[in-house]
Design a protein around this ligand. Sequence first.
Ligand code: ATP
Ligand code: MG
Length: 445
Amino acid sequence: MMRAAAFSPIMRFLLMSQPATQRVITALTAEGASVRFVGGCVRDILLQRPFRDIDLATPDRPERVQWLLERAGVRTVPIGHGTVTALVEGGETFEITSLRRDIVCNGRHAVIAYTEDWTEDAARRDFTMNALSADADGAIYDPYSGLSDLYRGHVRFVGSPMARIEEDVLRLLRYFRFHALYGRSAPNDAALAACRELAPRLASLSGERVRDELWKILLAPDPASILLLMRKLGILQYVLHEASHFERLRVLVWLEEQRGFPIEGIVSDPLRRLAAVLTVGERTAEAVATRLRLPLAESRRLRSLLVLEDVPTALTPAAAPGMTEGALRRALQTLGAVRFRDLTMMQWAARQAAMGDTAIDDKTDNRLLLQRLRTTTQWKNIPFPVRGKDVLALGLEPGPKVGMLLRALRQWWEETDYQANRKVLLARLAELVRKTARGSGKEGA
Ligand code: ATP
Ligand code: MG
């Protein structure tokens, strides 16, 4: 049994501060099991960073974990591989994994065996900083010197990098993710050599697993540098060979983080970041969405940022930032505020990157673009006040002609800068109907 490396009352305080956590721990330890916090929460508390979710480990088997929790009124969902999810009222979730060792580890299809030995469980974890655990009293267990690696910013594999990546090639991507988030020194040579050699195996990962990891890399404080490093090493080509605008991504991140230019409502967005680093065009949008198995909504959004045929030139990356108020309204109205804002940010990033300038200063262009972005947060679409039934009311039969008339009318409405109200539009519609009737009359004659 491992000895605790350190004891920290602060750790105890932070880990146990939530009533939901106390409830789950009380349930899991009710029959005497020793339960520990593992993974991200331990790591992030030690660095005084906010943590996202709580992972726990226990020597009890999953069936017993479920029994203990359900008995205490906590809902559970077994998710396989020895892990049970606990859902506490109020929306908090916990993942509880039974101590295990991997017998055969071949990507996702690991054959596992349960154990009561904490050291064996730590040995299957990927990095030394991820092999740390802590108990509810705040004692920290550190079998692989993960603490010192964490504090020095060394992302180090538990065991040989080559062997560990061969077991599960996702660890290759995780290596770069953790390096992006926790690394403060140059990546280790042996680890990089293993990553390079095994990179072709990335092609065997499912799109979903790659996407999850890529999203986390994109959300790191400086995704551009890490993606660039991956490209230089010949790794990125196996997951995202379409990535080419690293500087653009760098500026976009700068903008999103709002250093110097706070913009309300703008948060870090992995999809926008992805779009920024990719080459524009239909083919890229489709290939990436398919390969990463993006859900439909995300796939559409990616497309809307990479396929720019319907986008006014003033909003394309090459254009200058000047835009008349009318053009601005029109762009907002036709593209929608979200797409407009995303494209503006990408355009801004592209321009700045082309000038080799990552820091954004108080130049007039920047002020204009900033103003444009601010407009988006207040924008409400103006509804088109005429419907198909208004056309039918003028005596037309349902059919393609109705749509044609509506489109023509809408275009005219845009030209009036959305000033024409329903009454004016209906008059115009009647005029259009008369004109087309005359037109087809002539044709018939
Ligand atoms: P975060 O939740 O912030 O993404 P995390 O470290 O908690 O980070 P999880 O994916 O939640 O990451 O996994 C929890 C723990 O399980 C990790 O800390 C690590 O110890 C272990 N782990 C996860 N995936 C792997 C893997 N592919 N190979 C080895 N160990 C893994
Ligand atoms: Mg986690």
